[in-house]
Every structure is written in C-alpha cells, then in structure tokens.
Design a protein around this ligand. Structure first.
Ligand SMILES: Nc1nc2c(ncn2[C@@H]2O[C@H](COP(=O)(O)OP(=O)(O)OP(=O)(O)O)[C@@H](O)[C@H]2O)c(=O)[nH]1
Ligand SMILES: [Mg+2]
Length: 440
C-alpha cells in the first residue's frame, strides 16, 4: 500500500535510527528525508512545509520523559503529525442499519472505481452480518449491469438492475424491491459519465433529492494525487451526508497526495480500496494506516508510552512538591488512577522501597466518587486543617454529602496514611536517596 511512499519513509526512519545520537542534525536530516518522500507522493508543497515545521518544532522542544530518549519522542511526533494530516485519531463513523434499512449511494467521476467499490462495500457489510443488496442505476455505460452482476455473484449478494427506466426510477424500484426481500443495507451504483466535478455534483444532487439516501459516498481515484482536493471540496460543500472512499491506493505513486488533500478539506475518508479484488478494501483509520506506512506497528504504543511517562512524572512531582491537602489528595488520586494502579506507578521508581498503604493503592472508583462529594461538603477550614474535624463535624459532613459517617472517617484515615507516605518520600529526597532527579 502506497508502495513507494512507505518504502522511502521507512528508509528515512532506518537512517535516523542508525545515527549515534538523535540530535538536532539527525532530526533535521530525518525531516528532509520525510519531505522528499512526501513531495514525491504528490503531497502539496505547503502542506509538506507545514508538516516539517511541526515535526521540527515538537521533536526538538518536547520534553523527554525519563526512561525514554529524544529518538522515541521524535518518532512519536512524526507519527502524530502524520496521523493529524490524514484526519486525526478518531476512527471513522461507519453507518450501520438499526431497525431500519440504510441506503448508500456511490458517486464519482468516470472510472474512479464505483462499481468495484459497490461490491467491496456490500462484502464488507455482509461479513459484518448484515444483509446487503446492490442496485445498478448506471444506465449510461453498456455492460454496467453485467459488471455488477458478475461481482454480486462472486460475493453472493442480491442485485437489482438491468431494467428500463431512468436512473432515479431504477434506484427507487431497486430500493423497494431489495427492502421487501429483506436487505438492510442497499448500495446504489451510479453512472460515471462525468469528467468534471461540477456536472457530477449537479446530477448527484438531483438523484439524491429523489431517493434520499442515508449516506452518499464519493469514490475518488488515488492516482490523481492532490487534484483530489477539488472533488472533495466540491462534494463537501454540496452534501452534508457525504463521506469519501479513496480507491487504487495499491501502488498509486500519488496516493499520499490524494489522501492528504482530501483530509485537508475536512471531508471524512471512510474506506480505501487497495486492489482490484473484492476483498481488497479496508476501513480508513489514520493511526493504524500511519503505523503500517512507517512500518512500525508499535508506534501508537510508543506514542502512548511517551504521553503516559510524562504524565506520570508530572503527577509524582506535583504530589511531592505541594503540601498535600485533603482536597488535593482526592484529585491527585483521581489523576494518578488514570495512569493505572497507584502502586504500580510508584513501583516504577526503582529503589524507592516505598510501601504504599493498601487503602490508598486500592481505592475503588466508587469510593473515589464518594470522596469527591464528601470533600465538597467540608468547609475551607476543615480542608486546610483536617485535624479539627471532630465527631460532630463528621456527622454533619456525612449528612451533607449523603454518606455514612464511617465513609468520612475512612477518607480522613486514608489522608493521614498518604501524608505519612509523602513525608517518608520527602525525607528520602532530602537525604539524596531518591533515584530520580526531582526539582523541588
Ligand atoms: N488496483 C486497483 N484497481 C481498482 C481499484 N478499484 C477499482 N479498480 C479498477 O479500476 C477500474 C475501474 O473500476 P470501476 O469499478 O469499473 O469504475 P467505475 O467508477 O464504476 O467506472 P464507470 O462506471 O465507468 O464510471 C477497474 O479496472 C477496476 O478493477 C483498487 O482499489 N485498486
Ligand atoms: Mg461503474
């Protein structure tokens, strides 16, 4: 997939990894190689400059969390910037039928791959357990029906078409017939008589008004590179229920240009075609796409590791730096819990020899929620100096927050335990016995 672009990006990374240190020079060289690869793949020059700037800025400035290297951070940045360029982390929202059948209409200029894609899409839904049906509303090209019929036989999906009438008539009849025979995903293949996007959009609007599909998918041929932008833009401005399928990405020298240009318009790419066969088709998910492109399946993992490591550092530092108040504790635990069990985090600091009190390490989510409410029922004074909280105050706080007095007591006990632990940690730090650098 994206043969050449992938190869040159992977070579750039290999070269970068082969450098003795990931210094400014190495990062700049990597960026140059990435630029070259992207430009060759027909990615827009402005976009390439934008990408380069972002990588340079972030790769050299972002903090390197302990346990990781500048190299890790640079690769993470490269991965993240490319994912962003292709549409971001969020997976595409594929439309599925609920209790009502859905109708999907495919449009696109001549030869873009609509008919092939109609069958691919039908197979995709069939594999997911739905009951797709195909409609051939292409009355323009002789043999259009036969082509789709052949494909439908191959994948074992019912088809409607090959009858007289206007495309709209055929589509309407097809939808009705397939629905009544139990299909719940109806895919309409239309004619691609258009060479330009403007006439295509006109006709698309006309047909769509009549048959009211749930989704219109524009099929774009990746071999046109960044020119895909014009089509995607016109399409995006014409319909609100549109998404995009980019075909022929297998070996398309300009595929990178096509994908990035489409993504830049804000249109959503939902699927890609990666071969002539009916199963050479996939959901377009930028994170996994970029990981494969860069030949590093675990780049997403690395990105998460880097993020987590710096969060962890922050959390520990702020817990140690500030005098821990009761209010802080609850939010601290909340924050730390997001990083996994607290104990595991502190265990990661080698040689600390710290035993976290059980009751804090294992604070359950419900308890944490309870504590959050309890803290809100306390006065500022109580929060600052918990030692003034007498039994009668405990009863009042419990009442105010709708919990039992023993819940309030438990929070106070946990707070004492945590404070003690922090003191031990601080003592170790002052004696210079903390194995990690800490700027307090
Ligand atoms: N390599 C490759 N070829 C593809 C892909 N998708 C479609 N094709 C080929 O592209 C050619 C055109 O595909 P069609 O599906 O007939 O395109 P169309 O948009 O229906 O064409 P018209 O109906 O004439 O507008 C065929 O030879 C397909 O096999 C793909 O993802 N990869
Ligand atoms: Mg066709």
């Amino acid at each position: 997939m994206l043969g050449k672009l992938g190869v040159s990006l992977r070579e750039a990374i290999k070269k970068f990894l082969g450098r003795p240190v990931a210094d400014e020079l190495a990062v700049k060289e990597l960026i140059k190689d990435v630029q070259r690869a992207l430009l060759l793949a027909d990615v827009n020059v402005g976009l390439v400059l934008d990408i380069s700037e972002k990588i340079e800025e972030r790769a050299l400035k972002e903090k390197v969390p302990s346990g990781l290297t500048r190299r890790d951070v640079t690769l993470k940045v490269l991965y993240e910037v490319l994912v962003e360029v292709l549409g971001g982390e969020r997976p595409p929202r594929i439309l599925y039928p609920t209790n009502k059948p859905i109708v999907i209409m495919l449009v696109g200029i001549q030869g873009s791959g609509k008919t092939t894609t109609a069958a691919k899409l039908a197979l995709f839904y069939k594999k997911k357990g739905f009951r797709p049906g195909l409609v051939c509303a292409d009355t323009f090209r002789p043999g259009a029906y036969d082509q789709l019929k052949q494909l439908s036989l191959k994948i074992g999906v019912p088809i409607f078409g090959g009858v007289d009438g206007s495309p709209v008539d055929i589509a309407e009849r097809g939808i009705k017939e397939l629905k009544s025979s139990g299909c719940n995903v109806i895919i309409i293949d239309t004619a691609g008589r258009h060479k330009s996007e403007s006439s295509l959009m006109e006709e698309m609007k006309l047909i769509a008004e009549k048959i009211r599909p749930n989704e219109i998918m524009l099929v774009i041929d990746a071999t046109i590179g960044q020119q895909a932008k014009v089509q995607a833009e016109a399409f995006n401005n014409t319909t609100k229920i549109g998404s995009i399928i980019v075909t022929k990405l297998d070996g398309a020298a300009k595929g990178g240009g096509a994908l990035s240009a489409v993504a830049a318009t804000g249109a959503q790419i939902k699927f890609i075609g990666v071969g002539e066969k009916v199963d050479e088709f996939e959901v377009f998910n930028p994170p996994s796409f970029v990981s494969r492109l860069l030949g590093m399946g675990d780049l997403k993992l690395l990105a998460e590791k880097v993020k987590e490591a710096s969060l962890r550092e922050e959390a520990i530092k702020s817990a140690l730096a500030g005098r821990l108040t009761l209010k802080d504790m609850v939010s601290q635990i909340e924050g730390l819990k997001k990083l996994g069990p607290l104990r595991k985090i502190l265990d990661m600091i080698p040689g600390l020899g710290l035993n976290l009190p059980e009751e804090i390490a294992d604070v359950a989510q419900e308890k944490l929620e309870k504590w959050t409410v309890i803290v809100k029922s306390m006065t500022e004074e109580e929060l600052e100096r918990p030692e003034i909280i007498t039994r009668s105050r405990i009863r009042r706080i419990a009442k105010g927050s709708g919990v039992k007095p023993r819940d309030v007591k438990e929070l106070l006990d946990s707070y004492e335990a945590m404070k003690k632990m922090m003191k031990t940690l601080m003592r170790k730090h002052k004696k210079g016995r903390l194995p990690f650098p800490l700027k307090l």
